[in-house]
Design a protein around this ligand. Structure first.
Ligand SMILES: *Cc1c(COP(=O)(O)O)cnc(C)c1O
Length: 406
């Protein structure tokens, strides 16, 4: 039993009481995007109802009040990630933009032949921005292998590090395998090689406590919409050093210090990376989501979600042709699976008939699918508001899908 009242939590998510195809909703697609509690909606609505103006400009009361709320959200993100200062947090529109900004920002420091090491379990948003550097700078991308259990092959990874390595960018928790990579263990190896260490914390930050300072990383990204917050907002943590080294991507208002006809000088980070009007309301919503999740103990949340995961796995193991993807020792509550002879899309469509939402496809991880030797998988991913009833219905639904599809 979780140390929190699940009924009380569910009551804070109005959407969870709706029906889908005449059945109560069992929402098990949290790794793609999570539902939002009333507290988040209220915070955004309250701002619009009581005080709204553009931030950082204007000397009137509402401009100052809105700036205060916006900057308070930045401080919450900094605190949530264990950053030394709010100045180390850049707001982006999500994790994808945070990773693109980082890769683009480091381009002036990358030369032909320089190596960028990522892994076979990366999300496309932590692969494609590095392909851009490969295409434009002549950088070389090397993929650290993933083992049969779905873990990063640490020995192989370590042997790939060299003086040529300029960047290492790894996912903290895989959105497909659930694998949690030992970032704190890896960081000293990357630093010893003299490379930047970037971590995609999009999934991990939803389920486990993060402290970027203790992890020893140079940059770390998270996203609002998977953390029970709004879409259109993410946060990039960067050390003073990396944020100074990075070139800005967007040019415009707010990001400059001085603009002349023949040159421009930039504002200090984080503002250097936030040209134009930022996603003000979304940032305030992210701040509210952080406040909301922090009322719970992450260990309790993790225990609850893993109990659901293990119950689901126990129920599914006996289903004819069931195959689990991702058996890492350290993993989060993501259950990727297939049924022999059945297309994952068909499984998801049958589950949807019963009101059960799961994802099927490549999950933006084509190199990982190739490594696993499959075209796609079905994925159930658990969040704080899921229940044993959701699990029972998932297991029942997959059993029916197996009968129907085999
Ligand atoms: C969802 C996801 C992303 C992309 O995040 P967005 O905020 O949707 O752009 C990146 N990496 C991982 C591991 C993800 O799960």
């Amino acid at each position: 039993m979780p140390n929190f009242n699940i009924t009380d939590i569910r009551a804070q998510f109005p959407i969870l009481s709706r029906e889908v195809n005449g059945k109560p909703l069992a929402y098990l697609d949290n790794a793609a995007s999570a539902q939002k509690p009333v507290a988040v909606m209220d915070a955004m609505r309250r701002q619009m109802e009581t005080s709204f103006a553009n931030v950082h400009r204007g000397l009137h009361t509402m401009a100052n009040e809105t700036t205060e709320s916006f900057e308070a959200a930045r401080a919450k993100a900094a605190n949530f990630l264990g950053a030394a200062s709010a100045d180390n947090i850049v707001f982006t529109k999500g994790a994808t933009e945070a990773l693109n900004l980082t890769a683009y920002g480091l381009a002036p420091h990358i030369e032909a032949g320089d190596e960028i090491i990522i892994s076979q379990m990366e999300h496309h948003s932590n692969i494609v921005p590095w392909h851009f550097l490969r295409e434009r700078q002549g950088a070389v991308i090397r993929f650290a292998p993933v083992t049969e259990l779905g873990e990063l092959d640490l020995d192989a990874f370590k042997s790939m590090l060299s003086a040529k390595t300029k960047v290492v960018s790894l996912v903290h928790m895989s959105n497909v395998l659930g694998t949690i990579n030992p970032i704190a263990q890896i960081a000293p190896w990357v630093k010893a090689a003299g490379a930047w260490f970037i971590v995609d914390g999009t999934q991990y930050a939803v389920h486990r406590p993060v402290n970027v300072t203790a992890l020893g990383v140079d940059a770390y990204c998270m996203t609002g919409h998977k953390l029970y917050g709004p879409t259109g907002i993410g946060a990039l943590f960067g050390t003073d050093e990396i944020l100074q080294a990075m070139q800005p991507f967007n040019g415009g208002g707010e990001m400059i210090e001085d603009v002349f006809e023949d040159r421009v000088t930039y504002n200090d980070p984080p503002h250097k990376f936030e040209a134009g009007t930022p996603p003000i309301l979304q940032a305030i919503g992210l701040g509210a989501a952080i406040d909301w999740i922090r009322q719970f103990d992450f260990d309790d949340v993790h225990q609850h979600e893993m109990a659901l995961y293990h119950a689901a796995l126990d129920g599914l193991r006996d289903v004819n042709g069931f195959r689990l993807y991702g058996e890492a020792k350290d993993k989060g509550a993501v259950l990727s699976f297939g049924l022999e002879g059945a297309h994952p899309h068909d499984i998801a469509q049958i589950l949807d008939k019963y009101g059960i939402a799961v994802r099927a496809g490549q999950h933006c991880t084509q190199p990982l699918m190739t490594r696993l030797g499959v075209h796609s998988t079905a994925r159930a991913s658990f969040g704080i508001y899921n229940t044993m009833d959701d699990v029972d219905r998932l297991v029942e639904g997959v059993k029916r899908a197996a009968l129907f599809l085999s």
